[in-house]
Write a protein that binds this ligand. Sequence first.
Ligand SMILES: [Cu+2]
Length: 294
Amino acid sequence: MKAQRIVSIVVLVGLIISAAVWYGINNHLLPEAAGLEAEAYDRLFNTMVGIAFGVFLLIEGLLVFAILVFQRRPGDEEDGPGIGENLRLEILWTAIPIVTVLWLSIYSTLVYNRMVGKEPLTIAHHHAHPHTTYVAMTEGEEGVTEVDVTAMQFAWIFTYPGTEVTSGELHVPLGKKVRLNMQAMDVIHAFWVPELRLKQDAIPGMTTHLEFTPTRLGTFNIVCTELCGAYHGGMRAEMVVDTPADYQKWLAEQAVAQKQGKAIAIKPGEEFFASIPHHVPAHIHHVINEELVR
Ligand SMILES: [Cu+2]
């Protein structure tokens, strides 16, 4: 009888673990990836979803089991058995979550560090020796496309160092490493492209970084993912992944257009204005406009 019970518990636990692994691999909760770094993120995400699904099955299963098996029998007016503490069980159910959560937090930190590049967070105004940190980092690597990102209520502005190009649309070359240097003009915003899996805060008074390598051509949404004010929901822009040749062409066209004073950067601004309600105060439109033309 006892051996039979152990066998059924082992079988049940095996089934739960298999279901957890299966759901971890086949959950399809994330959009199709468009960046090299997404792979590490997806593995972390799927691991977490798998563990969560396993825990869900275990806890809900025990709950349903208890409801069905330990019902009051008709005519039974007795109290239930008095159950005291069980130290061994308590140690076990404290230790398992601690180990799991600690392991997941270390794993998450490793993935996060990989995404923000070598330097996670740099305080821009504290650069007493600018050559030691930030500059050294940018000069050391060949073929990294750098873009300065400015976040403000309620727009994203992208400038391309060394080209004088300013745009409301982020263009990046396929297969090349991109490094974003982000700043905020007013409040905290956050840069998010779901297909890249990346999220990074843009913080006033600080430069934050994000690195990625686009692996898929196309246009992707950039979403502000930090509640930043009344029109936070309209703070969107687009990221266009071009072939390296198209990217160079785009840069050249932008440079020419901006020299002639026809800032193409205005275009996404206009779309943005069309998308926000009429009652947005006019001065906000002006601020955004001036920033785009500047
Ligand atoms: Cu924002």
